[in-house]
Design a protein around this ligand. Sequence first.
Ligand code: PLP
Length: 441
Amino acid sequence: MDYFNFKGKNLYAEDVPVSRIAKECGTPIYIYSLKTLRRHYKAYTESFAGVPNIICYSVKANSNLSVLNAFAKEGSGFDIVSGGELFRALKAGADPSKIVFSGVGKNEDEIEYALKSSILMFNVESPGELKAVNRVARRLKTKAPVAIRINPNVDPKTHPYISTGLKKNKFGIETNEAFKEYLYAKKSLKNLSLIGVDCHIGSQLTEIEPFVDALKKVKSFIKKLRKEGVNIKYLDMGGGLGIRYDEETPPHPSDYGEAIIKETKALDVTLIFEPGRSMVGNAGILATKVLYTKQGSKKNFVIVDAAMNDLTRPSLYGAYHAIEPVISPAAGSETILADVVGPICETGDFLGQNISLPVLKEGALLAVKSAGAYGFTMSSNYNSRRRAAEVMVDGKEFSVIRKREEFEDLINGEALPRIKKSVKKPVKKAAAKKTTAKRAQ
Ligand SMILES: *Cc1c(COP(=O)(O)O)cnc(C)c1O
């Protein structure tokens, strides 16, 4: 459920016409609805109201400060995967005692930063990392709270690039191996406190079954650990609940909640969830303007001012995003099938293929739907394109929460090389002396 709806012929973000935002702020532009963000967060808290839980919004889905701040104000925790995300979360007002740190490649600087920030827990993904966290904690004379991310070998039945819980994936540690690591850590890594078990099997899941299959394995794993005196308090189920991009019918958080609560009734743990996509995906659109239209002998092309650098999911995963005109055409007008493409010099630069659209004029606005997750955060400056602006709508108001980049932003931090020119001709003695003297000054 979101708050992007037509009123008459005009697409609105809450109570603001999308065309007005585009006119005032330009295109391409990401537009988020605050009401939708709040609603999605609430859907989770309501689904788990009866049991101890922490919702840790997954920052990588959309890391704009205002988005993070909106969730922090609701009481949300955060799931981070880098020092940069920790910095953002803290800037946005996050409570560090509700931050979990995931990811396969944390470096020692990041581990130190997180320890000094007193986060809730590290989700550790390899034996080497377990030792690294212990080492840094020892150096800082503290104890690091950890969970090991186990790989339950469950097929999440999603796109191969976003499935993470299979043996062939780089994520987590296989269950038997992980068990040994817990026992080893308990015995030998004295600066760790083993408080949790973590499991995240993939993204854009449209069925509950894989979650429950994984949970069953985690449950018996926790019981086994407790028998060995490892006192697990937190069960982190990761994120992964899908959203509707097209015809999918993903479970509502309440269905998901019901299934999880049923399975964990007697387990005596605090549940942690790391939803990303399902919190922000349908809370955002990408508005773009038609630059040109072109009819090839085989295909129609609508060339727009947004490109794969702004929204990479279609190019990267072949992902589908609904695309529709911001101002509806008159009833009964002709429609065509067209590829909606950007200005980037790549054949893979498309936002949609074979999309049914009315015949569009230059300057017409299109809305690329469900663009709130893995949209702006995956954007780049490829082709030296300035990254898009982002806007947050709240009722009748909206504000720019990230301004459009300028040309100067493109070269920020770059410099011409300062390499001494090699001397080719033998230099006269006197002249050489002079140069040396000059240098010495
Ligand atoms: C990406 C990720 C998430 C969020 O996944 P969604 O599918 O967006 O809900 C949660 N936890 C971890 C460890 C992740 O890598």
